[in-house]
Structure formats: C-alpha cells, structure tokens
Write a protein that binds this ligand. Structure first.
Ligand SMILES: [Zn+2]
Length: 397
C-alpha cells in the first residue's frame, strides 16, 4: 500500500531526491547553453525554502556547487531566471539581462470557463486533452513558423505544461520580439464578460490558423463528448451567445433545444443548420464561425505575460511540486497523448522501494531524463555549429 503524500516530509525527502534522482549534470549543461552569451555562473536560480523564505539571485558555476547549494538550502521550490551580464549574486539589482529562453506557460485554470470536468486546482485525464492540443499546436508553430528546434516540454507538476525554447535567436529575443511571438500565438481574446472571444477575418485563413484547426479537428469530437460542452442548458446558451447573427441563433436554439442532450449530436445538428443558413444568406460576418467556435473551445490559452517577460522566473524541470509531490518531468511532445497523470513519478514513490508504483515511476523517471538528455545534446550540437559558423564568418572579413 502506497503511503499518502505528506508535504511535511519534504524536508527529509528532498536532500535524497536531489542527490539520487535529480539530473544535476544535464541540468547544468542545459542551463549553460554552450556558455554563450555568458557562462553558467551568470544565470539566476531562485529557491523557496520550507518556511516560505524566498531566495533570489543565486548562482552556480558547476554541478559541484549545485549539489552543495541543494544540500545546504534544500529548496522546496526551484525556479530559473535569466542570464545576466555579471554574476547575479554579486550584481543583484544592477545586473542587466542578456538572455533568457523563450518560455510558454499553459495552465488548466485558464480553461475553467470551458472545461466542465474539473475546476481550479483539480485536473483529470479528460481535461488533460486540452494540454495535448496546446502542446501540439504550439510545438508545431514554433518549429514550422519560427524555425526553432531546441524545444523542451515540461509538466508543471500539477495542472499544466511549460515550454522552453533555447535556440540562440529565441534566447536573445528582445521584449518587443517576445510580445510579437506571444500575440501571434494568441487567438483567444477578451475577459469573462466577452462571449465571442475569437474573430477571424480575411478572404482566406492564415496557414498557421488552418493548421491549428486541423490539429484541433483530430480531437474535437472526442472533447465535445468528454466535456459535454453543449448538453446542459448553460452549455447550450454559451454556444448561442457566440452566434452573432440573430436569425441563425434563433434557428439553432429552436432545433437544439428539442434534441436529446447529447453534446455531439447537438454540435453536428448545429453544423447542418449553419451550412443551410449560409446557402441562403450573406455570410460575411459568420464566414468562419465554425472555426471560431473550435478555437474558442480548444485552442491553447497561453499565460502571455510569462512569454512577454524577459526576466520571468519559471519552475525548473525535475523540481518537485510541493502540493502534489509530483516531479516536473520532461516529456516528448509526440508522447503527451499517452501521458497519464497517475504515472507521473512522485518524490515519495521514487524514494520508497516498497511502494506499489515504485517500479513504474522509476521507469518513467528514466524516460523523462532520457528525453531531457536528447534535448540537451541537440542544444549543445546546435550551439557548437552556430559558434563555428559565426567564427568562420568573422574570419572571412
Ligand atoms: Zn478534468
């Protein structure tokens, strides 16, 4: 029988976890980014200790120093900051930020408006599907639209995912550049009192939006059933509020109201009504209504402030979430679809040989470290190649 996770035990468990399970060497190599534009020592780490004491501007020069710092301070939370022009522990507030991964933070609490299975801190495999879509949409856009290749995906430890882009161009991107990327990837706008949050315009849809809709389409019918978007009175009226044309809205309401409360049947009926309506009416205003609804219900909801900020601190890969005990595992984006929340390793099962899940969690931890290793190796290779090209160009002149 597995022991219940107890946050009070963290101070005893963490020193063992940091020495035996945390991939210290890979972590330092990943954070170094080929020691360019500055060495590892200029990177900020921040710790939150057991008593909520918050330490900023920490730094390490190598794995040995990391291990010492872990043993001395035993951080309950471990966050990563930017790379400064000087060692942050010396320069403190005067230091200038030179580089920082381009980061994305997607959290299921931002889906509370649309998910019906859970709310707030709760999460299940049904709402995890939103993360599957988000990961595929963002990962594809980063690769195909921006040409990035050094991309790390991490489970946040509770109810979301983080993405770190370490390509040189991404790390050195300035604030306006980060804002432009965030705005480009953000299609859902407006606060709680705005019903229709997506507005697509133009004669043709941008290829990246079309591609995102194709990704959503792979999951849309499943998610419509799992979330029962349109099966309740409230769900139905939410859909109706998104329809800007009054005639179409009335027709939809009359028909769908009479149907059995099957979310998928109602959605399919709505598409038929919409198509009939478009045959006989001027449809400029609602040309992309179906696409807009799919985006509103399934497209990634990014915390754009995290992406726009040049020096935002973000939770480290392989740190422990203090509330759940779960490891922030690295995963391959192509595997997120088969990732189950129960199989994410936890600190207490990794440390307890007799726990039922111990073997499985240890195996999953090894897979996560292997995925991390692949990203680190690729980053070092890319960085070496870039430096070589840079040197040969400068020699040519
Ligand atoms: Zn759920």
């Amino acid at each position: 029988m597995a022991k219940q996770y107890d946050e009070g035990m963290l101070s005893d468990m963490l020193p063992i976890y940091y020495s035996r399970h945390f991939p210290q060497s890979l972590f330092c190599r990943w954070l170094s980014c080929g020691n360019y534009p500055q060495p590892l020592a200029n990177r900020e780490l921040s710790f939150t200790l057991a008593d909520d004491v918050y330490l900023r501007y920490l730094s390490i020069s190598n794995q040995k120093e990391l291990q010492t710092l872990f043993q001395k301070k035993c951080p309950h939370k471990l966050d990563i900051g930017p790379v400064y022009n000087i060692k942050p522990s010396i320069g403190r507030h005067d230091a200038i930020v030179l580089a920082r991964e381009l980061v994305f933070d997607i959290d299921l609490t931002d889906y509370d408006e649309i998910r019906t299975c859970c709310q707030e801190a709760n999460v299940c495999d049904k709402c995890w599907r939103f993360m599957v879509i988000a990961c595929e949409v963002i990962n594809t856009a980063l690769k195909e639209d921006f040409g990035f290749q050094n991309i790390l995906w991490v489970f946040s430890g509770r109810r979301g995912i983080h993405c770190w882009v370490s390509d040189h161009d991404a790390r050195t991107l300035d604030s306006p550049g980060r804002t432009a990327v965030a705005d480009y990837l953000c299609l859902i706008t407006g606060g709680d009192n705005q019903n229709k949050k997506v507005n697509l315009v133009g004669d043709n849809l941008h290829s990246s939006i079309r591609r995102s809709i194709n990704i959503i389409d792979k999951y849309f019918n499943i998610i419509v059933q799992e979330q029962e978007f349109f099966s309740t009175k409230e769900g139905l009226s939410k859909l109706l509020r998104v329809i800007p044309d009054e005639t179409l809205r009335k027709q939809t309401e009359e028909t769908l109201d009479k149907l059995a409360p099957s979310s998928l049947e109602r959605w399919e009926a709505f598409i038929q009504i919409y198509n009939q309506f478009c045959k006989h009416n001027n449809v400029r205003k609602i040309k992309y209504l179906i696409e807009e609804i799919k985006i509103q219900y399934c497209y990634p909801r990014l915390d754009v402030h995290v992406t726009k900020g040049f020096n935002h601190l973000l939770k480290s890969p392989f740190s422990i979430h203090p509330k759940t005990g779960k490891v922030s595992v690295v995963f391959k984006p192509e595997n997120i679809n088969s990732m189950k929340l129960d199989s994410v390793p936890t600190i207490h099962t990794l440390l307890d040989d007799s726990a039922k899940e111990n073997t499985q969690h240890e195996a999953n931890m090894r897979t996560a470290i292997k995925s991390f290793q692949e990203v680190v190796f690729l980053l070092e290779k890319t960085e070496a190649l870039r430096r070589k090209t840079e040197t040969s160009i400068s020699l040519d002149f």
